[in-house]
Design a protein around this ligand. Sequence first.
Ligand SMILES: Cc1cc2nc3c(=O)[nH]c(=O)nc-3n(C[C@H](O)[C@H](O)[C@H](O)COP(=O)(O)OP(=O)(O)OC[C@H]3O[C@@H](n4cnc5c(N)ncnc54)[C@H](O)[C@@H]3O)c2cc1C
Length: 415
Amino acid sequence: MKRYSAFAIAREALRHHSGWERAWRKATPKKKYDVVIVGAGGHGLATAYYLGKNHGIRNVAILEKGWLGGGNTGRNTTIIRSNYLQDPSAAIYEKARSLYETMSQDLNYNVMFSPRGVMMLAQTHHEVRGYERTAHANALQGVDTQFIGPEKVKELCPIIRLDGPRYPVLGALWQPRGGTARHDAVAWGYARACSDMGMDIIQQCEVTAVRSEAGKVRGVTTNKGEIDCDKLAIVVAGHSGVLAQMAGFRLPIESVALQALVSEPIKPIMDVVIMANTVHGYMSQSDKGEMVIGGGTDGYNNYTQRGSFHHVEETVRALIETFPMLSRLKMLRQWGGIVDVTGDRSPILSRTPLAGCFVNCGWGTGGFKAIPGSGWATAEMIARGEPGPLASAFGLDRFREGRFIDESVAAGVAH
Ligand SMILES: Cc1cc2nc3c(=O)[nH]c(=O)nc-3n(C[C@H](O)[C@H](O)[C@H](O)COP(=O)(O)OP(=O)(O)OC[C@H]3O[C@@H](n4cnc5c(N)ncnc54)[C@H](O)[C@@H]3O)c2cc1C
């Protein structure tokens, strides 16, 4: 694979861009692989990448029923942060955030990581206490956050209204090295690197059954035929329950649509990411100038990957209290993705009752930020056959044992 560089851009500019190679090979399935990963979203692709890079396992196929990155990975609002409360969460999200810092160099692909700072507004006294507590926990975990007062909030984000009619801004949990990245680029960068290691990314390949023998996984049945494997990883976000059913077990997960929208592009007005959990909205400004806005999940389980007008209205109405200038903007487009939500709002990285079958799911409304850390931990779990230090707390057994990792404060709002 040719490296991308300033020199390559100049060279191609001179020869009318005729020398660029395909970013990844178009692969047809082989009969058997060491590892089959179902789902070419960010988590599946990152898992494959770290299997190759960290563990030397390269006889890997990534099967995708649609197009790679076409699930939640290409539909999210790209917020990256690691200011979670519990130690296992801080560890995996901070690992992910730190990998984002060098991802463009590591993958030789510009993922546009922009550590512009993330601010979670405290708009009730309860939230002030909650975020002060998180800031203390983060200090002990080595995660760089601080609780800031309203004046500092206004200085960092001049368009904000501090004395809203219902919910004045009382402060915020501020993570200066949180931010955003280009979501498609993350999927494309991992895909290119996986393909370069000889892995097969097979698109339009839907898994319709999981085959097993004597309690051990044998392979999968797909619309492109049967594919055997020694190990299988299910990494399909909102469709995890469907795949688990094929493999013969159940997951403590609910699938629900989460929506987002963007405004018309405007001049730069906000260079931080804002989350307003009390009114349930979050917002950043894209490089194109659009305001990227998200709200809460739909109130009922569903598999519809689309937006709805009432949601747009609810989210924008809530945000206008704190950002009155939004009332002048036209909204351009809206969309939805299917997220997989657990009871404690923490992910599942686990072995399963089917030997050789592993699951990575439950990232719910906030798994984009976790992609590199999750891929790192899932690859380690597959290679060792059991979870390593980053994943061990997130096993399925926690639901049986009541050992929950409660992140309802950090993850209570969708982002
Ligand atoms: C509107 C919205 C906003 C969000 N905002 C943020 C945010 O700001 N920050 C953040 O951190 N997170 C955010 N998220 C969450 C984040 O997008 C997800 O947690 C993350 O992208 C999940 O990645 P994934 O790789 O697990 O899943 P996906 O990207 O959904 O990939 C799973 C893939 O599996 C494929 N698949 C499913 N079934 C099969 C099958 N039978 N056979 C083969 N392939 C199959 C799907 O087609 C899909 O491509 C948001 C999500 C949404 C929907």
